[in-house]
Design a protein around this ligand. Structure first.
Ligand code: THU
Length: 137
């Protein structure tokens, strides 16, 4: 997936727009995410915080759960957008959740100043625990 491809730019742009809906009154750290499915659909999400801080949900997980609730099961790419000077990589919990539906997903991390960075889920979460482990009992 080339960073300059229209598909990639569309995904990053969807993540940037999604960040506008972020509910982040506590951290003041808005995040947007966009998930591209194998069938070419895009699902977006933002972080949604809670007064009971630990119940907050990251943008990536919001987007993945929306994709699955919308009938998708195969994730090929995830874009993350933050209003920072350096790109932000998905947190550990989100890496695990993305792994379930996109173990080889391309991860694009964009911010307001630099070019996006591109990596893959298997680079971010090597040796991941996943569905296969439960089948090998
Ligand atoms: N956050 C995300 O939405 N995605 C990440 O990958 C990192 C962190 C959110 C969680 C919380 O609402 C805020 O950013 C600060 O941690």
């Amino acid at each position: 997936m080339s960073l300059s491809s229209p598909r990639c730019r569309r995904l990053v742009s969807a993540a940037r727009q999604a960040a506008e809906a972020a509910y982040a009154p506590y951290s003041k750290f808005p995040v947007g995410a966009a998930v591209l499915t194998a069938s070419g659909r895009i699902f977006t999400g933002c972080n949604v915080e809670n007064a009971s801080y630990g119940l907050s949900c990251c943008a990536e997980r919001t987007a993945v759960f929306k994709a699955v609730a919308g009938g998708a099961r195969k994730i090929v790419a995830v874009a993350v957008y933050t209003l920072t000077l350096k790109p932000t990589l998905p947190c550990g919990a989100c890496r695990q959740v993305i792994h379930e539906f996109g173990p080889k997903a391309v991860i694009l991390c964009a911010c307001r100043s630099r070019e996006p960075i591109e990596t893959t889920l298997d680079q971010l979460l090597p040796g991941a625990f996943g569905p296969a482990a439960l089948r090998s009992r």
